[in-house]
Design a protein around this ligand. Structure first.
Ligand SMILES: [Zn+2]
Length: 170
């Protein structure tokens, strides 16, 4: 077994969250505001790689920092790069290379999807849909997007790990 990718979505009060990603000694801690629907965007971007998309891009609004995720379909693997730009108001049109690279890794699509699903389910188990909305305020917990990604993962990836089915399939 290689070093395990870990992702934690730490929902905080008043529309903030901290997304922690680690792989052995490599760690990144990303501050996320509710100006975008960060958890939904993260789940949906992985989901898009099961279709025709070769690359998925989205950003967290870290007020005013832009935290840009770039996911690249590399066959069975996904390349993940995360960049930061100091001012979102002017950076959205800038190329990735202009940002500061905070994180880079390559993971199997299966493991990435699995770890993300687990992270999202942990949030839901801890807070429930009502508790999530009370803290995140601008967006409800992304139940449908979680269901979509889980369905894609179970159908297309040969994942032998256990899957939390607290949210029933659609
Ligand atoms: Zn799995």
């Amino acid at each position: 077994m290689g070093v395990q990718l870990q992702i934690e979505w730490d929902l905080q009060d008043h529309g903030w969250a901290v997304c922690r990603i680690s792989e052995g000694p490599a760690k990144a801690e990303l501050v996320v505001s509710y100006c975008t629907d960060g958890l939904a965007d993260l789940l949906a971007s992985i989901g898009s790689l099961y279709g025709a998309s070769q690359t998925a891009r989205f950003f967290f609004d870290s007020e005013p920092t832009e935290i840009r995720w770039v996911l690249r379909d590399q066959g069975a693997d996904v390349g993940v790069s995360i960049y930061s730009f100091p001012d979102l108001a002017i950076s959205l049109e800038l190329p990735d290379e202009d940002g500061r690279l905070l994180w880079a890794c390559t993971q199997s699509r299966s493991q990435l999807a699995h770890v993300l699903l687990e992270a999202a389910q942990r949030v839901l188990r801890e807070h429930g849909e009502d508790g999530y909305l009370a803290k995140w305020t601008m967006h409800p917990f992304p139940v449908a997007i979680l269901q979509d990604l889980r369905r894609l993962h179970l159908h297309h990836d040969r994942c032998d790990l256990a899957h939390d089915m607290t949210v029933p399939p659609k």
